[in-house]
Design a protein around this ligand. Sequence first.
Ligand SMILES: NC(=O)c1ccc[n+]([C@@H]2O[C@H](COP(=O)([O-])OP(=O)(O)OC[C@H]3O[C@@H](n4cnc5c(N)ncnc54)[C@H](OP(=O)(O)O)[C@@H]3O)[C@@H](O)[C@H]2O)c1
Length: 291
Amino acid sequence: MGATGQLGRRIVDSLIEQGVAPANIIASARTVSKAAGMKDQGIQVRHADYEDVDTMREAFSGSDVVILIPSTAPVEPRILQHQKSLQAAKEAQVGRLLFVSLTTAGFLDSKFEITPYLIYAEMKLRQSRIPWTILRNTMYLDAVGDWMPELVEMKRLPYPVKEGRVAFAGRDDLARAIAAASIKEETVNQIYELTGPESLSMPALAAALSDVTGESIRFDSITDEDYAEICRQGHEDVPEPLIRILTSIYWAVENGEFGATTNQIEALTGTSPLPAKEYLKLYWDTIRANT
Ligand SMILES: NC(=O)c1ccc[n+]([C@@H]2O[C@H](COP(=O)([O-])OP(=O)(O)OC[C@H]3O[C@@H](n4cnc5c(N)ncnc54)[C@H](OP(=O)(O)O)[C@@H]3O)[C@@H](O)[C@H]2O)c1
């Protein structure tokens, strides 16, 4: 599910890189037209919407493993979507469900306002009697990478964080690990915490950004209200409830929910994830090549 999204596409690519034949992959897409390129690669493309059990039952039929990448809906509708996907998986008799979660799901005192959904989803999955695998992702480095041109202009990295650290990982490395976990039988009924190799303070992240871009970027610890204003300016159509959710990610950072590192990406794939500086360098080179 979610095969047309940024994480989903990379998981599909990683499955192929790891030896899965395109004909053995089903890309389930809410918007099938976005998967035209996958069809051309020989991948099966099926329509599936988290809101509609019938579409998911059809899409899941004949699957050994179904990877659930959640949508970005708010908590309550997302819980309903999860219930529907479990029902569809049961009716389609899928062999295993692999759920893409977040490290905050390990914190009953989580400050991230989507965590109630994640805890619900993980627990319901574990009680579903369908074999399962849970992969808790850390924060994507890609959000920092996408922001780099503006950070260079602002000469600062403004986050509502004081002491918090993040074991960032790139989407590419997370996708490789998720693909590997879906292929390996020993990952059944296991929880994995997928993180980058180092836990970075925000000043250390700013220093890495400065090194990569050759420009001075200093960390600026800002208030929640200033961060909300940056969100409003960056994307005029960001609804206010989403701004609060985005801000709560940094409350979770401050609460230590993204700070721990593990070696589980390497354990699953045999290759360690890139440190932030190297991943951001690739990002910066691509940005420069396209401008
Ligand atoms: N760890 C982090 O730092 C971090 C950061 C951002 C997001 N996330 C999480 O990562 C996941 C995916 O991220 P992403 O970057 O791949 O997001 P994305 O590029 O926005 O992709 C979202 C995908 O979900 C699909 N989708 C949305 N609503 C759906 C529905 N009702 N039924 C079926 N599919 C639906 C979208 O399909 P359409 O093409 O039809 O829209 C799209 O394929 C989400 O769970 C998100 O919460 C994590």
